[in-house]
Design a protein around this ligand. Structure first.
Ligand code: PEP
Ligand code: MN
Length: 367
């Protein structure tokens, strides 16, 4: 059950920040000079709401730079005083929360390696009880929406009102051009389930390299995200963590100038009319799709009776291979992506198998 959030402060937060809510700063605080110089250059852009910097760094392997620790919090406090920017850092334990609050940190985020662990999230939630601070919950490293929502609920239960989520992508075994898989459907579903929760995209950790940050940011804005968290550093190539994905403040400025902001809705009656008509057409096609799938299942069921009578297996690999090849060719010719055809036909095939299983086993098999 999703905790009912009091959404009014969230709306206020959204309203007052304008769009996109921008969080930027280095992956890690390394030296006082690096932190202050990055912050000053970012402040001059007049676009950044919160200066971020990791103080405690969750590194994959030991003997990497694991963060500067509490000293870095003093630097963040100085950034706030000198630049007027709000400041934020990652917390991964109760102690981190206490230390960060002691130094007046405005925004705390829970990292992807922490939001996977309900024990730790609960511990952080206990430390936050009754505190008025902004908290953003990154998605867990595995693509598990319930786990992400669970972590958000735990923090909401501490009474945190300025609460939001950060989409930073998901680990995958296969190597692709991105460091983490965006799996856009997960944050889209999160938004459907908790519509008032501010949603921020972290293109830096999805991309893993500078070249993809713009395209991911634009996609997030086109999906009506509320904000972006983009890593920046005065000397990215020599950064002690995530060197390949950090931008100089100047590169960030250039990237922001290329982003196109679109309006989330329209009140133009003519446009609404046109969209209304087109959406009716979409609904008709969706009804057709469901009717067609129903008819396809009826045929699959008939085949199921024959298989049962003749005692042959449900899965006929060669036939399935023939279907896959045929629909892939056809889909391609129609301008549909191989990915779509793959997902749709695997799902349809599984549904046919489920229907045939029921017939084979007299309807006693669970779907
Ligand atoms: C970070 O923001 O630097 C970080 C460690 O992120 P994540 O938890 O998304 O890996
Ligand atoms: Mn990082």
């Amino acid at each position: 059950m999703v905790v009912k959030l009091d959404t009014s402060p969230l709306q206020e937060w959204r309203g007052y920040t304008g769009k996109p809510f921008l969080i930027s700063g280095p992956c890690s605080a390394e030296t006082e000079e690096q932190v202050m110089e990055t912050a000053k250059q970012l402040a001059r852009l007049n676009k950044v709401n919160v200066f971020r910097s990791g103080i405690w760094k969750p590194r994959t392997r030991p003997n990497s730079f694991e963060g500067i620790g509490v000293d870095g919090l003093k630097w963040l406090k100085n950034v706030k005083q000198e630049t007027g920017l709000l400041v934020g850092t990652e917390v991964a334990s109760e102690r981190h929360v206490y230390e960060a609050l002691k130094y007046g940190i405005d925004l705390l985020w829970i990292g992807a390696r922490t939001s996977v662990n309900p024990f730790t999230v609960q511990e952080i939630s206990n430390a936050l009880n009754g505190v008025d601070v902004m908290v953003l919950v990154k998605n867990p490293i595995n693509p598990d929406l319930e786990l992400w929502i669970g972590a958000i609920e735990r923090i909401a239960k501490a009474g945190i009102k300025r609460l939001g989520a950060i989409h930073r992508g998901f680990s995958a075994y296969e190597k692709t051009s991105y460091r983490n898989q965006p799996n856009w459907q997960l944050p889209i579903e999160l938004r459907r389930r908790i519509p008032d929760l501010p949603l921020i995209c972290d293109p830096s950790h999805i991309a893993g390299s500078r070249e993809y940050i713009h395209e991911i940011s634009q996609k997030a804005l086109d999906l009506n995200y509320d904000g972006l968290m983009i890593e920046s550093h005065i000397d990215p190539d020599n950064a002690l963590s995530d060197a390949q994905q950090q931008l100089t403040p100047n590169d960030l400025k250039e990237l922001l100038s290329r982003l196109i902001l679109r309006s989330p809705s329209t009140s133009d009656p003519k446009l609404l009319d046109v969209l209304g008509e087109l959406r009716q057409q979409i609904d008709v096609f969706d009804d057709h799709l469901i009717d067609l799938i129903e008819q396809r299942m009826k045929v699959a069921e008939t085949i199921g009776y024959y298989k049962k009578e003749n005692n042959i297996t449900i899965l006929q690999s060669m036939r399935w291979d023939e279907i896959v090849k045929r629909v892939m060719v056809k889909g391609k010719a129609k301008g549909l992506s191989q990915e779509l055809i793959d997902i749709i036909f695997k799902a349809i095939h599984q549904e046919s198998i489920n229907h045939q299983m029921k017939i084979m086993n007299n309807g006693i098999v669970k779907e």
